[in-house]
Design a protein around this ligand. Structure first.
Ligand code: PAF
Length: 258
């Protein structure tokens, strides 16, 4: 049975009642896709209990439009959670998770200002703040994050170390479609042509000799480059395209090991 808990104290009570059991936790913003299912599978394999959270966190959106366009697919998400025999879904609202109205936040002053953080001011403070809250409420043994958001994963690992968190942070390899496109809730906004172009991103960043070459190749097929950089032993990229269903730009990220 999958239980849904909205209240942080109720979740803590449920966790306390299961204190003796290992728990794997997958934080999400819903719109669950194959990538999330892989995180849940990893959590299931390594723990006695599995919890996920579904919460579209406003403090990590620098752009209101992006927040408004974020897909909300509660019924489908519930079905996925049940299929995977997730034990609990934590689904708070803003008042429950931000009783302080975001007057308190976690700030990282180095890595978070670069790459995605440079073009999305405040984004990682929002991510780190909500993840810290979620980890404190859920008290998992292990928490699972996709390698697709590699900068996010690096920062969450750093926060867990910096604040001596009692939870192992596990990175899970990116799940890709046949042409190499990383699964993302944003992919559904792409037009048919945009979807074909997006399928080339992974091969380009993998095969280009350096970031300049990769950048030139991505530009030549119409992408606007937000950044491309070799860091953390990876090549990280963020690109924008207007080849979308609505005409408003979609930002896609990916990374490969180098
Ligand atoms: O990766 C995400 O979906 C979000 O950034 C997270 C970790 C659930 C925090 O809101």
């Amino acid at each position: 049975m999958t239980i849904v808990i909205e209240n942080p104290q109720e979740f803590k009570n449920w966790r306390n009642a299961n204190k003796g059991k290992t728990m794997g936790f997958v934080p999400t913003m819903g719109a669950l896709h194959v990538g999330h299912e892989s995180l849940i599978r990893h959590a299931k394999n390594q723990n006695e209990l599995v919890a996920i959270s579904i919460y579209v966190n406003p403090t990590q959106f620098d752009n209101k439009q992006d927040l408004q366009n974020y897909p909300q697919t509660w019924e489908a998400d519930l079905k996925v959670a049940k299929q995977h025999k997730v034990d609990a879904i934590f689904a708070p609202n803003y008042a429950a998770i931000y009783p302080d109205n975001y007057t308190y936040s976690v700030a990282e002053n180095s890595i978070s200002k670069t790459l995605c953080g440079a073009s999305r001011p405040g984004h990682f403070d929002g991510v780190l703040s909500v993840v810290l809250k979620l980890l404190n409420i859920v008290a998992p043994t292990r928490a699972y994050f996709g390698e697709k958001d590699f900068q996010q994963l690096t920062l969450i690992r750093g926060m867990a170390e910096a604040f001596f968190l009692d939870c192992e942070i596990i990175g899970v390899p990116t799940v890709r479609e046949k042409d190499g496109l990383a699964y993302s809730s944003r992919n559904q906004h792409l037009s048919a042509h945009g979807r074909v172009l997006a399928g080339q991103i992974n091969a380009i960043i993998k095969t280009a000799g350096d970031t300049n070459q990769a950048s030139a190749r991505l530009k030549s097929i119409g992408f606007e480059i937000d950044y491309i950089a070799d860091v953390f032993g990876r090549r990280l990229v963020a690109v924008k395209t207007n080849e979308t269903k609505t005409g408003s730009a979609v930002r896609l990220i990916d990374n490969v090991e180098i």
